[in-house]
Unconditional design. Structure first.
Length: 326
């Protein structure tokens, strides 16, 4: 990301850029920064955008080879094409010999680093990965947003905000705007404000469900599960989040056994100290062996559906019942 910033600041551009990764907010932000630097006057005559998996590569190449009209460069934007996963051989062959006065920007959520296009980009241009940001970085970003609004936010409110939203910056941005509107006549954002207005994310709901499972509150755990299903969450998605939570707890358990402190554990697994302490409380209700068995059970639940044909809702429900039973 640092090299990308240097390219933008110095106005020295590669012929092709690949912006990829799970952090959609940052990818779009840097896509727009690149476009603004490449086309400061908003030149639409020398700009072409292609989106989706039905892109005709020959057409893109023909456009890339077209000389810019009364401008220094032509800019091609390709989004969510899947070219870095499959079917991009022709494009990969073109990139090393692409037109010197054309800059190609690819904005892709998922890539295969073994693909020919990915290798061609890294050899001839610049590939930049945008991953979920660590809690401390997110806190600084949130505090900057809050300060620009002329407000301040309570430390506990900040922790609760991240607990509710997770690390997705798009979600955080939307929820911050709601908070700013809710507190428009007040300079401070409190815990009550966050509690009143911020939507609980699916991952946060699953976290609470795991807590109910750990505390053997079976009826509460099942109620939360059925509520997630009622809100159109898929059993596969819920199972993936349950597996992730058990994985996180296992990591916390292992680090605790090594004598690591709260701050070190939080930094290692990429959460705030507040969330890490919640994990510690859950770990004590499970223990290492139980967590290992729980992860095996998650894999078995997945296999029961995909290989044995069990009903997905039932498979996950049986998993919850097993680990929430006294």
């Amino acid at each position: 990301m640092q090299q990308l910033n240097q390219d933008i600041d110095n106005l020295t551009f590669k012929r092709v850029y690949l912006l990829y990764g799970d952090e959609d907010y940052l990818r779009k932000q840097y896509r727009d920064k690149l476009l603004k630097a490449l086309m400061p006057d908003g030149d639409t005559m020398n700009f072409n955008r292609y989106e989706g998996k039905e892109i005709v590569i020959g057409e893109v190449i023909d456009q890339a080879e077209t000389l810019p009209f009364f401008a220094d460069r032509r800019v091609i934007l390709i989004e969510d094409s899947g070219l870095c996963k499959a079917g991009g051989d022709q494009f990969a062959e073109y990139l090393p010999n692409s037109a010197p006065d054309t800059v190609i920007i690819m904005n892709e959520s998922a890539v295969d680093k073994r693909s020919k296009v990915f290798k061609a980009v890294t050899a001839t241009g610049r590939a930049v990965e945008f991953s979920p940001q660590p809690p401390e970085t997110l806190k600084k970003w949130i505090l900057g947003r809050v300060k620009r609004e002329g407000k301040n936010i309570d430390v506990r409110a900040l922790e609760l905000l991240l607990e509710r939203t997770g690390t997705d910056m798009t979600t955080i941005s939307v929820e911050l705007e709601k908070l700013f509107s809710y507190t428009i006549d007040r300079p401070a954002i409190s815990v009550k404000d966050v509690d009143d207005i911020i939507t609980v994310s699916t991952s946060s709901k699953v976290f609470d469900m795991i807590a109910a499972i750990a505390e053997k509150k079976q009826s509460s755990a099942l109620e939360m599960y059925h509520d997630l299903l009622a809100h159109k969450e898929t059993p596969f998605g819920i199972l993936a989040l349950i597996t992730r939570q058990f994985n996180m707890m296992l990591q916390v358990c292992e680090l605790m056994d090594e004598g690591k402190g709260v701050k070190v554990i939080a930094d290692t697994i990429g959460v705030s100290t507040f969330i890490e302490q919640k994990y510690e409380r859950q770990v004590k209700n499970f223990g290492y062996r139980s967590l290992r068995r729980a992860l095996d059970a998650c894999a078995q639940a997945d296999e029961n559906v995909k290989i044995k044909g069990m009903n997905p809702e039932l498979s996950v429900e049986l998993l919850i019942i097993e680990y929430s039973s006294r």
